[in-house]
Design a protein around this ligand. Structure first.
Ligand SMILES: Cc1cc2nc3c(=O)[nH]c(=O)nc-3n(C[C@H](O)[C@H](O)[C@H](O)COP(=O)(O)O)c2cc1C
Length: 228
């Protein structure tokens, strides 16, 4: 076990989505180590509804190849997809989403009107933004909304364990757009689906996109205090 260099608060606050990575490999032992931490995430009834597929090397390349092909054939997402956002997302959530997108493209130097460059950037998702390791999170479709929330807690715990070890992550719902292809590629059982991917690797600290610090609403904008 490596010794994490960050407090929990520091790991939470320094973690950002990393979208450019160094090519250096991440040893399997280190991937196992962050998974070994993440498995202590809580879940209602301790049902532990998560499943993880980790890919590197030739397996990573194989999944990139099938995903890029599937995304090109169907850029709007495959049939049977669960939409990433609700239709007609409302304020303030719509505004947060718009702002982080514009802030990211500003860091990348891609203007609004350059739709081609923006699409090309989105397709970098399907290369894990250059990360040497890709993780996929699968769930049994018989699970309910509670278990989906618990899977999210697992993913965040994993991201923090990675952060504490100097690794960078980017959660990637974009992989949901090729969910049908991934299911076939990984030969998942009928009842299972891929929810999300995650890029995992050593951050490229010189890449401008990795300087994006997204905003958050203040505590009083989302919390109500009663009886204090
Ligand atoms: C479940 C989940 C899925 C995400 N999917 C993507 C994705 O497909 N591509 C991407 O570039 N960022 C993705 N993100 C990153 C979010 O845009 C990012 O977390 C948000 O803007 C806050 O920024 P931060 O992670 O740097 O704090 C995802 C985040 C989460 C939590």
């Amino acid at each position: 076990m490596t010794t994490p260099a960050l407090s929990v608060d520091d790991a939470i606050k320094t973690r950002i989505s990393i979208r450019a990575f160094r090519a250096d490999p991440v040893p399997e032992a280190l991937v196992r180590e962050v998974l070994d931490v993440a498995r202590w995430s809580p879940s209602g009834g301790n049902v532990q509804p998560w499943k993880v597929i980790a890919v590197a090397g030739a397996e990573r390349q194989a999944v990139i190849d099938v995903a890029r092909k599937a995304n090109m054939a169907n850029p709007a997402g495959e049939e049977g997809d669960h939409p990433i956002y609700p239709a007609n997302l409302w304020a303030p959530h719509r505004d947060w989403r718009f702002k982080v997108g514009e802030d990211m493209y500003a860091k990348l130097g891609i203007p609004r009107e350059d739709k081609f460059a923006r699409l090309a950037w989105v397709s970098r998702n399907f290369e894990f933004f250059g990360a040497p390791v890709g993780l996929f999170f699968a769930i049994d479709t018989r699970m309910g909304h509670g278990q989906w929330a618990h899977l999210g807690m697992f993913m965040q715990t994993l991201a923090l364990a990675a952060e504490a070890r100097g690794l960078g992550t980017c959660m990637q719902e974009a992989w949901g757009r090729v969910r049908v292809t991934l299911k076939a590629h990984f030969q998942l059982p009928e009842s299972e689906m891929i929810y999300c991917g995650m890029a995992l690797g050593w951050p490229d600290r010189d890449a401008p996109v990795n300087t994006l610090r997204s905003d958050r609403a203040g505590v009083d904008e989302f919390a109500t205090f009663k009886g204090f």
